[in-house]
Design a binder for this molecule. Structure first.
Ligand SMILES: NC(=O)c1ccc[n+]([C@@H]2O[C@H](COP(=O)([O-])OP(=O)(O)OC[C@H]3O[C@@H](n4cnc5c(N)ncnc54)[C@H](OP(=O)(O)O)[C@@H]3O)[C@@H](O)[C@H]2O)c1
Length: 268
């Protein structure tokens, strides 16, 4: 086998990033684009998506980030976004399932509707997008799916039962797709971010007792930054990860590895 010299080169690849206008999704889109991919970002707020695409293009040598309205809970919207990705990017090779919501509520008060909606966005939404993308990936004999899990896929985070259940299911979905579709050249992996301050959790983390307690058991003694998730996405999408399939990579400053820490939580 020839030695691969451009291990992290994504030039010529097309990527769809759900939830790509804000937070972690935006950082992953920026990372993929910086490594040469053409990227379509999508979420429900169409204007925000277009604005994010414009801003992301300002940071790279030539415009290759585009925006589309996308609701991952709606089959037609997902099909349309995958079609748009294929048309505008020239090909679709990478799917990043990053759309997400949060609901903090005692489990005793959680309604089935709330639970099902959480599942619909994170788990069924990821499956919906994966299926739509794989209908192109399978005939072309290649493709890469990156699901976004969470440290809540592994440990509890108090009063986020619906989120934890949905994110745990993302791990199982990742393994199943990895197992079923690798024979078609389609790899499926996941990233499990630790605590990154974004619109999803700013109110819960910044200046709160919850935030302080999280930092106390994070060896890195700080929250992560969205940009710190991008390298893992670039890696998983790239030739460097050609034999990586069915894995979940945790990017959390050591949170999950920690029993107790002698780090001192820094000021945030
Ligand atoms: N921040 C963390 O500490 C952390 C840790 C672990 C995992 N995660 C995961 O990382 C992902 C990104 O979250 P974030 O922290 O970056 O929060 P964020 O900035 O709020 O991003 C979530 C994105 O998902 C989009 N979205 C929500 N519902 C959608 C739907 N039905 N269809 C399409 N897009 C939808 C939102 O855009 P619209 O409102 O425009 O639709 C938003 O851009 C989520 O899956 C989250 O669970 C985050």
């Amino acid at each position: 086998m020839p030695i691969q010299t451009a291990l992290f080169d994504l030039a010529g690849k097309g990527a769809l990033v759900t939830g790509g206008a804000t937070g972690i999704g935006r950082a992953l889109a920026a990372g993929l684009a910086a490594h040469g991919a053409r990227v379509l970002i999508g979420s429900r707020r169409a204007e925000l998506v277009e604005q994010a695409a414009t801003e992301l293009n300002a940071d790279i040598d030539e415009p290759r980030v585009f925006g589309t309205r996308l609701d991952v809970t709606d089959n037609d919207s997902v099909e349309a976004a995958v079609h748009t990705a294929t048309e505008r990017l020239g090909s679709l090779d990478i799917l990043v399932n990053c759309a997400g919501i949060q609901l903090r509520k005692p489990a005793i008060d959680l309604t089935p509707e709330e639970f099902n909606h959480m599942y619909d966005v994170h788990t069924t939404g990821s499956l919906r997008c994966a299926q739509a993308a794989a209908r192109g990936f399978i005939p072309q004999g290649s493709g890469c799916i990156i699901n976004i899990a969470s440290v809540c896929s592994f440990v509890d985070n108090i009063e986020v039962a619906a989120y934890a259940a949905a994110k745990s299911a993302v791990l199982g979905l990742t393994r199943s797709l990895a197992n079923e579709w690798i024979k078609h050249g389609v790899r499926t992996n996941a990233i499990a971010p630790g605590f990154v301050v974004t619109d999803l959790n700013r109110q819960a983390l910044v200046g709160t007792d919850r935030g302080r307690r999280i930092l106390e058991r994070t060896p890195a003694a700080r929250f992560g930054q969205a940009a710190e998730m991008a390298g893992t996405a670039v890696y998983l999408a790239s030739p460097a990860a050609a034999f990586v399939n069915g894995q979940t990579i945790v990017v959390d400053g050591g949170f999950l590895a920690c029993g107790f820490t002698d780090s001192v939580a820094g000021e945030q």
